[in-house]
Design a protein around this ligand. Structure first.
Ligand SMILES: Cc1ncc(COP(=O)(O)O)c(C=O)c1O
Length: 368
């Protein structure tokens, strides 16, 4: 008899979400972003399911890329944060990793590397996020010197990253698109009309909400895991299916009188005679400690609120209104009927962080 805490990972939901992306951008190459252990879902497992469908993967760093190769994944892998030292260029060539170049130091590492074959490069321009990327006025020189180098394949991809594509009311995305287009035009004038510059703009939110950002390559993470990155859902985001269901079970039930408190620091006090269920999951499993009393859970298809502070291994839930509740009943913490974004809101964070923090103690089970 094992502890009932498990993350169920749905293969069909993952494939479905990828197909949603493909149907929105049928003419794009839709790269799957599987950094941070595929947003907590298990990088090798997710990559193995997606490998027959995707042209390439994206990870943050070379360590994550090597883990995928060791797990038998053979499609190209883009290093989204670029390389951290010059020796990584050779490792990239040997393993068919693609390199994001964000600054002139990284460009020089690529240009000066002693390598036996060229490497594929993506060149990032800072169009307004002000985190990584070349300034627009640096792009022409660096693009041209990379293009002229035998160390680099000719089809360098010009890319940028959006700060606010999830916010429907923000003008930041259209401003960033304008800066990108201007930068590209400047480069095009320099290269000549017949030179095609492949481009990549969209992350999940942009793909879903800004059709004009669906270019040669899209870089899709969060939406593939079946949750909406948008602050206001649209038809496409509503059709996504959560890939992960986090579940556990009730291991204790007790009656608590009005006026009595539950859990550490007595942060929750019963205002009526209350039935409290204790569930075998806590922040040691990845359930956020910051989840407030009132955060919904799902028991026998009914919503029941968290009551009291999240412990390392357990949570307590007010199940007074749950019909026929009993020891051993399944409890869903997030999944198809209970979006992780809702749990994130009750925890003052975002669904990305909640998923990514799933702990290694929580076993993942693949389901169809
Ligand atoms: C450069 C880059 N592209 C794409 C993505 C994927 O973003 P999302 O998960 O919102 O689709 C990320 C993730 O943070 C990123 O850093």
């Amino acid at each position: 008899m094992a502890r009932p805490t498990k993350a169920l990972i749905s293969k069909s939901a993952l494939r479905h979400n990828y197909k949603v992306a493909q149907s929105l951008a049928p003419d794009s190459n839709n790269l799957a972003v599987i950094k941070a252990n595929a947003y907590g879902h298990g990088a090798v497992v997710i990559a193995s399911i997606l490998e027959p469908l995707v042209p390439a993967f994206g990870v943050a760093c070379i360590e994550e890329a090597i883990e995928l190769r060791q797990g038998g994944i053979s499609k190209p892998i883009l290093l989204l944060e670029g390389i951290f030292s010059s020796d990584e260029v050779e490792i990239a060539v040997a393993n068919n990793f693609w390199i994001m170049v964000d600054n002139s130091q990284q460009a020089n590492w690529v240009l000066n590397a002693k390598i036996s074959a060229p490497v594929k490069v993506w060149l990032k321009v800072d169009t307004g996020m002000h985190r990584l990327g070349l300034q627009p006025n640096q792009v022409n020189d660096i693009y041209l010197s990379l293009r002229a180098s035998e160390n680099v394949y000719d089809d360098i991809i010009l890319t940028t990253h959006f700060s606010s594509a999830d916010e429907h009311a923000s003008s930041a995305t259209s401003n960033q698109i304008a800066v990108f287009n201007q930068t590209k035009l400047q480069l095009q004038n320099c290269l000549g009309k017949n030179d095609v510059i492949p481009c990549s703009l969209a992350n999940s939110a942009a793909l879903l909400a800004f059709p004009e950002t669906r270019l040669n390559w899209n870089r899709l993470g969060f939406m593939l895991y079946g949750n909406s990155p948008l602050d206001q859902d649209n038809e496409a985001s509503k059709s996504l299916m959560p890939v992960m269901s986090l579940k556990s079970a009730i291991i204790s039930i007790r009656e608590v009188s009005a006026g009595q408190s539950v859990g550490y620091n007595q942060s929750w006090t019963a205002t009526r005679n209350t039935k409290i269920a204790t569930v075998a999951i806590g922040y040691g499993d990845g359930y956020p400690r910051s989840a407030k009393s009132g955060t919904p859970t799902l028991i026998n298809g009914q919503r029941a609120p968290l009551a009291g502070r999240v412990s390392m291994d357990m949570i307590t839930i007010d199940v007074t209104d749950i019909v026929d509740v009993k020891l051993g009943d399944d409890v869903i913490l997030w999944g198809a009927e209970l979006p992780v974004n809702e749990i994130a809101e009750f925890s003052d964070t975002i669904g990305y962080e909640v998923l990514t923090r799933l702990s290694s103690r929580t076993p993942s089970i693949l389901i169809d």
